[in-house]
Ligand binder design. Sequence first.
Ligand code: TYM
Length: 324
Amino acid sequence: MKKRIFSGAQPTGELHIGNYLGALKNWVALQDEYASFYCIVNLHAITLPQDPKVLRQKTLDLARIYLAAGVDPEKCTIFIQSDVPEHAELTWVLSCLTRMGELERMTQFKDKGKGNERAGVGLFTYPVLMAADILLYQTDLVPIGQDQKQHLELTRDLAERFNRDFGDTFKIPEPFIPPVGAKIMSLQDPAKKMSKSDENLNGSIFLLDDADTITKKIKRAVTDSGTDINFDETRPAIKNLLTIYQLLSGKTADECVAHFAGSGYGDFKGQLAETVVEFLRPFQVRIKEYDDASLDAILKRGAEKARSIASETLQDVYKKTGIK
Ligand code: TYM
């Protein structure tokens, strides 16, 4: 039997090139080798306030993005998290096993909610829902960007704790964090990751940005002092731009450095913009290919398949914990 992958993204904001390079690109690369489950995590989305109409639309838009990025519904299971109620049910059981201190240590919570009396409890317990997502499918591998690593460590700890207390139940998942591209930084501030929630829209290249916008954003991207174009850690802005170029051009790091030897920043940015635009062009055509009916069919089929596996795991958990 093929090993399993589970991963997901939130239908909030616009997906950017960081989401693609850190996660989706690897989902596609791994889909032949693994039985893959790719989820649109709409329950995670409401940990921050959302406009209901927009959320509903963005949930379907994100499914289109998965498909346009190359996730193949003939090979993978694509589904919406809320269509499989077992995710919320297992979350409750796992949250009874999770320690307050563990969640307080989550850096994403520290950034978004710590110290704010009005922060939602969902924001705090968000990583437990993520653990439930992964553990329901007896997942072997979880392709994610660097920012999700700590959540995966918690997932592993919870699985181990449950197995120890109630007997072997969950597979312990491994992260798949790509060696290059796991943390694409903002074009406006190379100390910050590129983020859907960044107010400065010039910091991110969105997958649906048009050619003009992409070119402008790259022209405006901050650079470092000096003139060399290389992967030097002390020049994080250029390193970040060159990393994007490397991953989209398919060249090796050495080839990239050799390619731009002697070039100025202007020339480099021009070529980078062209590479990004050319890369996104077919993606932006493909995204229009899926009408509502075919999308619905894919998601319905995905939810049924996902549910058949998730319910088996949940029944086992309920039996072992004395709920059933
Ligand atoms: P989300 O929606 O914030 O991001 C989706 C994926 O994109 C990666 N990513 C990045 N990679 C490189 N550079 C960046 N600047 C960058 N920004 C984001 C993320 O690491 C992620 O892999 N909690 C998750 C969604 C989730 C999930 C799961 C993932 C829920 N359940 C189970 C895996 C398994 C999240 O909010 O991702």
